[in-house]
Ligand binder design. Structure first.
Ligand code: MG
Length: 179
């Protein structure tokens, strides 16, 4: 059969694979909450979950999630070519392509996502600590960065929206509604 892109299939596979790799939407939302709680008054975990859902609905995010998880799984199975196999399996610090793939997610909602991404990567709060643990059977060399990036993108989305809401509230009647 001839190939054609099926967006619904990709969106569905993204959810399923995150779940199979042990990452819940709520956990990602908790990272987003951690990043934004000091800046947004009355921020709720539901708001963060909604933002994570929006980020996950983006095609470039889905592509990064699936690519990263696939590489992690191939590394677990020993199916990558050498020396890539050993680097990804052992999460070599000087490899760096895991962070680069995650950056395609961070970009989606503007540059403040970069700062947030760097921050969670350093601090490794919540589920990132677990994903970064090297002792389990599952290797998450790519997934830890991807999850951090999704939380960072969701966080910058909230920041941009809150600002837009604030400005809409203070708009004068004669302001241009299209601006
Ligand atoms: Mg990594």
């Amino acid at each position: 059969m001839e190939y054609s892109l099926d967006s619904k299939k990709i969106a569905k596979a993204t959810r399923e694979w995150l779940e199979k790799r042990g990452v819940g939407i709520r956990e990602i939302a908790e990272l987003t909450f951690f990043l934004q709680k000091d800046y947004v008054k009355d921020l709720s975990i539901e708001e963060c979950m909604d933002s994570v859902e929006r980020v996950l609905s983006k095609r470039e995010v889905q592509n990064a999630v699936l690519t990263g998880i696939q590489l992690d799984i191939l590394a677990e199975q020993g199916k990558l070519m050498q020396p890539l196999q050993d680097m990804i399996y052992n999460d070599e610090g000087l490899y760096g392509c895991d962070e680069v793939l995650a950056l395609s997610i961070v970009n989606v909602y503007g540059s403040i996502g970069f700062t947030n991404f760097g921050y969670v990567d350093k601090v490794k709060p919540g589920c990132l600590k677990r994903l970064n643990d090297k002792h389990g059977a599952m290797k998450h060399t790519f997934l830890d960065d991807i999850v951090g990036a999704i939380s960072a993108a969701a966080s910058s989305r909230i920041a941009h929206r809150k600002q837009a809401e604030k400005e809409a509230d203070s708009a004068m009647p004669e302001d241009d509604p299209e601006a």
